[in-house]
Design a protein around this ligand. Structure first.
Ligand code: BES
Ligand code: MN
Ligand code: ZN
Length: 520
């Protein structure tokens, strides 16, 4: 695989510099050396013996206490001699998955959080901690890198005072291995992939976290344009409200009508020379920069969180960056309908009948069911642009959160094979999905009397009727829909986890597209 240089970095944004070192742990001079140990263990793994000796038996005594089972399962030990790492973090890991991927990911997120809280600038990870899982080296190092990026992330761009909240902006990450040089090459590949994906995830989180007064549809368009400007394989077109009117994108126009911040449709195209011959893939992301509900206004409690309603769009932008930086051999169009849903004298209203880009008419029953209206236009446009495969991602329904809770995204679609491919990518990437139906029964509920469709169904199964609505606009394309309403917000419950946008979908979509590129 050809990997392009990391170009996503901005000043103030976290960057992790990879190193690989072959040798013993006691020789490391890291601020924080990370060792993962199975929680239930009472005896020390062999590879720790030399370090334990250098630390006068502190490690073996710590493990023998069984304290790794307590609290969050992290123990920090300090050096007692002049050389060696300043701190050793023992991270207790469970038995989440037989492959070890979940354990490694979780431990690495913890490590990132620790690095951020402790302001550690030189991290080292003892790879032998994970030797028992026998993972392919690049998958191992990528998982570690992604996890640390994820855990070290802080949304601090508006803090004027560099205080507690702010983590380091640069971390050196050293993987310590006892392995061969061939393995080192694979490890290095994985670190680079992990850095590309990790930076992109954090960029998506920052865009999603940015409040609506600072990130309106036109600002999102500028971000997309900048992405394309820095890349040879990406091009960007911004379709403004005049274009939307000329092209009769009645869904996007209606939802955007209430705000002074005009709507737009962002179109990013990615193509390599050989990718031209590939079936075109459409990624469609909902970007409602703020969802007040419109005239069907939402209750005010937690309405501030509706700045996150642009997460789908942010995830598509970030994924386009990943595709570009990994140099995937594919033809992809990223489409982001961007609007602000506000009540005003110019808003669309309950009862309005609008004509979508596909020509289908919709009776607006509830102006808060706005996501499906803007996606309808973008999905129909994707089909028209020749996309044979379409994936949309959207914070679409509270009902999906009711159905699945906060850990898994809802997965719907019209093609079992595509659904299976997304499920596989979810397992590998650690962003879990769960299948939900969107069959004809649900479509029946949104059939209209005065227009072709209504934009809401009955009281029940709201995630499914929303997906059934989208399904009417994808034409013959193979399509899947990811409802990320439940997973877009991290509650910040863990000691090192900040509250805010999760960026859910970047790792999943990246993995899905990498697999597609590898398969063909
Ligand atoms: N953006 C919301 C969905 C949402 C709710 C995301 C909570 C994250 C957390 C979406 O636009 C919406 O308002 N959906 C309505 C649809 C209903 C009016 C049919 C909902 O789920 O209540
Ligand atoms: Mn809404
Ligand atoms: Zn919404």
């Amino acid at each position: 695989m050809t990997l392009r240089q990391e170009r996503g970095h901005r000043p103030g944004q976290l960057r992790i510099l990879p190193r690989i070192r072959t040798g013993g742990l006691a020789g490391s001079d890291a601020d924080l050396l990370v060792v993962a140990v199975e929680k239930a263990r009472r005896s020390m793994p062999d590879f720790l013996k030399p370090l334990d000796m250098a630390m006068q038996g502190t490690i073996s005594r710590a493990i023998a206490t069984g304290d790794l089972k307590a609290g969050d399962g992290t123990l920090i030990l300090y050096k007692s001699s002049r050389s060696g790492p300043t701190r050793v973090a023992l991270i207790g890991i469970g038995k989440d998955s037989p492959s070890g991927l979940d354990q490694i990911r979780k431990a690495s997120v913890t490590v990132g959080g620790l690095a951020s809280s402790l302001k550690a600038r030189h991290l080292a990870v003892a790879l032998e901690s994970y030797a028992g899982y026998k993972l392919e080296p690049s998958l191992l190092s990528r998982t570690i890198m992604e996890g640390i990026y994820y855990g070290a992330y802080r949304y601090d761009e508006h803090l004027t005072n560099p205080t507690e909240g702010q983590g380091p902006t640069q971390i050196v990450l050293e993987l310590i291995t006892a392995g061969s040089t061939m393995q080192a090459d694979r490890l290095a590949d994985g670190l680079q992939q992990g850095a590309i994906v990790g930076t992109a995830v954090n960029m998506a989180r920052t865009w999603a976290n940015r409040p609506a007064n600072l990130l309106s549809p036109d600002v999102l368009a500028t971000i997309a344009r900048d992405l394309a400007r820095r890349s040879r394989a990406l091009t960007c077109k911004i379709h403004d409200h005049k274009w939307l009117a000329r092209n009769r994108m009645g869904g996007i126009l209606a939802v955007g009508a209430g705000s002074q911040n005009r709507p737009c449709l962002i179109e990013l195209r990615y193509r390599t020379r050989s990718g031209t011959h590939r079936p075109r893939i459409g990624l469609v992301g909902k970007a409602v920069t703020f969802d007040s509900g419109g005239i069907s206004i939402k209750p005010s409690a937690d309405m501030d969180q509706m700045k996150l309603d642009k997460t789908g769009g942010a995830v598509v932008l970030a994924t386009m960056q990943v595709i570009d930086q990994l140099g995937l051999d594919l033809a992809v169009i990223g489409l982001i309908p961007a609007v602000e849903n506000l009540p005003s004298g110019t808003s669309y209203r309950p009862g309005d009948i609008i004509t979508t880009y596909a020509g289908k008419t919709v009776e607006v029953v509830n102006t808060d069911a706005e996501g499906r209206l803007i996606l309808a236009d973008a999905l129909a446009y994707a089909g028209e642009q020749g996309c044979k495969v379409i994936v949309d991602i959207a914070t679409l329904t509270g009902a999906c959160m009711v159905a699945l809770g906060k850990y898994m995204a809802g997965l719907m679609g019209n093609d079992q094979q595509l659904i299976k491919q997304i499920q596989q990518a979810a397992t590998l990437s650690g962003e879990p999905v769960w299948p939900l139906p969107c069959s004809d029964e649900y479509a029946e509920e949104i059939k209209g009397k005065v227009a072709d469709l209504r934009n809401t169904g009955s009281k029940w199964g709201g995630a499914c009727t929303a997906a059934a609505f989208l399904r009417q606009f994808v034409g013959k394309a193979r399509w899947v829909h990811l409802d990320i309403a439940g997973v877009d917000l991290l509650e910040g419950k863990g000691p090192h986890q900040p509250r805010g946008a999760s960026g859910f979908g970047v790792r999943l979509l990246s993995r899905f597209l990498e697999d597609l590129a590898a398969r063909a």
